[in-house]
Design a protein around this ligand. Structure first.
Ligand SMILES: O=C(O)CCC(=O)C(=O)O
Ligand SMILES: [Fe+2]
Length: 375
């Protein structure tokens, strides 16, 4: 096949732009074609063998896919449904009420982001979604931080004054999803042949984010619209709760998008860049995107779980190559660097839009080295 006929997919992975050739027929490699399901009920067993059994299945999916459905988690469906009702009410508020908590007013980059404000792929109108994010904030009594924040430390979250019932509902969800994430963190430790409590200290007050998202239906005909451009997550791992509309897609090694539609009683769990980094890439932080061509409004709630702000990210002993030195990095610094890079319009940046992934990746293809990260 002539070089110019080769089709590529473009994305952001590990904070860098990348591309992957689309391989079909005889050129295709062996890779996943669906998202595996793991029954996680054994994680709530008092028998460690049950927990290890789930962990070993999780480990396999993290090495091969980087994504799995966690089935039979312990978060009541009522709580999820009620939270989605609140999410819909939040997004239905007049724009002015949402803009009161605009992310650009927040040094911590928390709050509301209107439609098209991020441009993950750097092209077209931008990401066709609106979002609101809160996260770890030791000032908020609901979080029971294991320390007292100093009075001059930054207050991070902001809540819309027009909707007082929103905060308790989001916190009801937050508390439960955080507890489940801690269970998963222990399962990841077991999956890496580490003691179950290996990450407990580094996640005693983890960097987390509850992000709620609304994706209006994309116009079917406009191929350049995208709900959320192709990317990997800057988290240890992410738990995505989807309401009823299918739109999430995961990129396999052949450059083919694999659907990850909502499935009852599950979370979509994916490995993020931090977990990939500390496992020397053994656990895959896989590229994904959102394309809402359903004709319906879509709502979803990713929960991002990462280590404590001050924790260092070092390669775990069971993934260290022979003679390899771990390159350690402070989790909070790495996190803010990635967060800012994706929010070029924020006042803390210089306001200069980044070039599109296609522009950069195309010039890289022509000039040689090509970044290809992920499964
Ligand atoms: O909306 C979704 O299903 C996924 C969102 C996502 O990938 C993200 O916020 O990083
Ligand atoms: Fe994501």
């Amino acid at each position: 096949m002539a070089v110019e006929e080769q089709e590529y997919v473009y994305y952001h992975a590990g904070g860098k732009r990348g591309s992957r050739p689309v391989l079909r027929g005889a050129d295709a490699k062996s890779t996943f074609e669906s998202i595996p399901v793991v029954d996680v009920s054994g994680l709530f067993s008092s028998n460690v063998e049950d927990r290890k059994n789930v962990a070993s299945q999780i480990g396999k999916t993290c090495r091969n896919v980087g994504f799995f459905y966690a089935e039979n988690h312990d978060i009541p469906q009522d709580v999820i449904n009620e939270t989605f009702e609140s999410v819909k009410k939040f997004f239905a508020m007049p724009l002015g009420d949402k803009m009161e908590v605009h992310l650009h007013k927040s040094a911590a980059l928390r709050g509301y982001e209107p439609l098209f404000e991020t441009k993950m792929e750097g092209k077209g109108r931008g990401d066709m979604k609106e979002a609101f994010t809160i996260g770890d904030d030791a000032h908020e009594p609901e979080q029971n931080a294991p320390f007292t924040p100093s009075p001059d430390s930054m207050k991070k979250n902001s809540w819309p004054s027009a909707y007082p019932a929103f905060r308790p509902q989001i916190y009801d969800y937050y508390t439960r999803v955080l507890a489940f994430s801690r269970k998963l963190m222990q399962a990841f430790a077991l999956a890496l042949d580490l003691p179950e409590t290996y990450f407990d200290e580094a996640t005693s007050f983890p960097m987390v984010g509850v992000r709620i998202l609304h994706y209006p239906p994309q116009e079917q005909q406009d191929a350049s619209d995208i709900g959320l451009g192709a990317h990997t997550d800057y988290s240890f791992f992410t738990l995505v709760q989807q309401e009823s509309v299918a739109a999430l897609q995961v990129l396999n090694a052949n450059g083919i998008w694999v659907d990850a539609p909502p499935k009852p009683r599950t979370y979509v769990v994916n490995v993020g860049d931090f977990l990939s980094r500390i496992t020397n890439g053994a656990f895959k932080s896989t590229v994904h995107r959102v394309l809402n061509r359903s004709g319906e409004e879509r709502y979803s709630m990713p929960f991002f779980f990462s280590p404590n702000r001050e924790a260092t990210l070092d390669t775990v002993p069971t993934c260290m190559g022979k003679g390899q030195q771990s390159e350690s990095v402070v989790a909070g610094d790495y996190f803010m660097e990635r967060l800012r890079a994706a929010r070029w319009q924020h006042p803390s940046n210089n306001g200069k839009p980044p070039p599109s992934v296609q522009e950069v990746a195309t010039s890289e293809i022509k000039s040689g080295p090509q970044i290809s990260v992920g499964a």
